[in-house]
Write a protein that binds this ligand. Structure first.
Ligand SMILES: [Zn+2]
Ligand SMILES: [Zn+2]
Length: 170
């Protein structure tokens, strides 16, 4: 994602303008969810004494793989950015972003953070996805499984593991 030239705002507290971006962010993804297409950003840049305050919205499409049936699908996202401060000298351990004192604002880490937390750890193609048959591997949504007497207990363990990972990440 390209940097934004904010020389017109620096040192002019109270000044503001909007900035639209349409750009990709490299390597934005987790195991079953990623964003490889360009993200649209509609940002409001406000000059404050400390630096530049950035708010607005980020929209785009995430590529997902269903955690139950492994089907690939996409879902749009619309993320609000409440007001993040870019400052030339962010204090350590703060959630402020660095601002090049020369007047170049790189929004990539902000976009990465804001969209990254929206990526689901266990995407489901549908809330009631029935997944794959643990015995024959048939897609139960498509009725590919002819039906069996018993489910494989190993699959239940794996499902529990997914559930625990999901909880731990929240
Ligand atoms: Zn599914
Ligand atoms: Zn089956």
């Amino acid at each position: 994602m390209r940097a934004i030239d904010v020389r017109d705002l620096l040192g002019h507290p109270g000044a503001s303008r909007t900035q639209a971006l349409h750009d990709t962010v490299q390597g934005l993804g987790i195991e079953l969810a990623s964003v490889s297409d360009a993200i649209d950003a509609e940002l409001l840049l406000e000059s404050v004494v400390e630096g530049i305050l950035v708010s607005g919205r980020l929209t785009g499409t995430m590529s997902l793989r269903c955690a139950r049936c492994l089907k690939d699908f996409t879902r749009s996202f619309d993320v609000q950015v409440a007001g993040e401060l870019f400052t030339p000298r962010p204090p350590p351990d703060s959630d402020e972003y660095p601002l090049d004192p020369e007047g170049s604002l790189d929004p990539e880490q902000l976009v990465r953070d804001a969209v990254g937390i929206e990526l689901p750890f266990s995407p489901l193609c549908a809330p009631d996805c029935r997944g794959l048959c643990p015995v024959c591997g048939g897609d139960l949504n498509l009725g590919e499984c002819p039906g069996h007497e018993q489910a494989d207990p190993r699959w239940a363990e794996l499902t529990d593991l997914f559930a625990e990972t999901d909880d731990a990440e929240r």
